[in-house]
Design a protein around this ligand. Structure first.
Ligand SMILES: C[S@@+](CC[C@H](N)C(=O)[O-])C[C@H]1O[C@@H](n2cnc3c(N)ncnc32)[C@H](O)[C@@H]1O
Length: 192
């Protein structure tokens, strides 16, 4: 558990803008956890709960922080004020190839709804608009596939730069999370 926490990327955030489908939502969490993401922020309709399917996450949702936001634009503005670059996936004009971005900078990656994509009101907050090149007839990828491709490019860059060898969480943060994880583990095993 400690080794996992020492590899957590505090300054790489996945931001899901109204991803609705349960399978997509859950697959995104699982991939994000695999590359060491510490926090996922998501905007979702009021009154509905996060569509988590445990058979798809395989428990990944328990090992990272899921933050639900009522106002995605306000939250992205806060990230920008904290020094994060906001990288928005966008299928319209004015985009760059996703591989051109430097993901070793503090980064929020914004992915969008299955039908509508990222909300247009979030676009002005983008430091970069990115696209995965596509050569076929279909215009877009499934959101969890697209996110996996981008996250693994971020992982590639960060691994090459030694980011997984230097803990980003403080010793205090690691101990607090370890305590919670161990405690929840005991509760879960008692319920079995
Ligand atoms: C099915 S797409 C949305 C399609 C929507 N009609 C649009 O124009 O944005 C859902 C999400 O997957 C991601 N996505 C799909 N294809 C992509 C691509 N080629 N490059 C970057 N992101 C992509 C984006 O986050 C997008 O918001």
């Amino acid at each position: 558990m400690r080794e996992v926490l020492e590899r957590r990327q505090k300054d790489l955030v996945l931001f899901m803008d109204r991803v609705r489908n349960e399978h997509n939502f859950s697959a995104l969490i699982r991939t994000a956890e695999a590359v060491g993401i510490h926090r996922i922020v998501y905007g979702f309709e009021e009154g509905t709960s996060a569509p988590i399917n445990e058979a798809v996450t395989l428990g990944a949702h328990r090992w990272l922080f899921l933050e639900r936001v009522a106002d995605p634009a306000a939250r992205l503005r806060e990230f920008r004020e904290e020094g994060f670059q906001v990288v928005v996936t966008w299928l319209g004009a004015g985009t760059r190839d996703f591989r051109e971005v430097d993901y070793t900078r503090p980064t929020v990656i914004v992915v969008g709804n299955e039908v509508e994509g990222v909300s247009p009101e979030l676009l002005p907050l983008a430091t970069h608009r990115i696209k995965i090149p596509m050569m076929g007839m279909v215009r877009s990828l499934n959101v969890s596939v697209a996110t996996g491709i981008i996250l693994y490019e971020a992982f590639r860059q960060r691994e090459a730069a030694g980011f997984y060898e230097r803990p980003q969480l403080s010793e205090d943060e690691i101990n607090q999370i370890l305590y919670r994880w161990a405690y929840e583990d005991i509760i879960r095993s008692r319920k079995r």
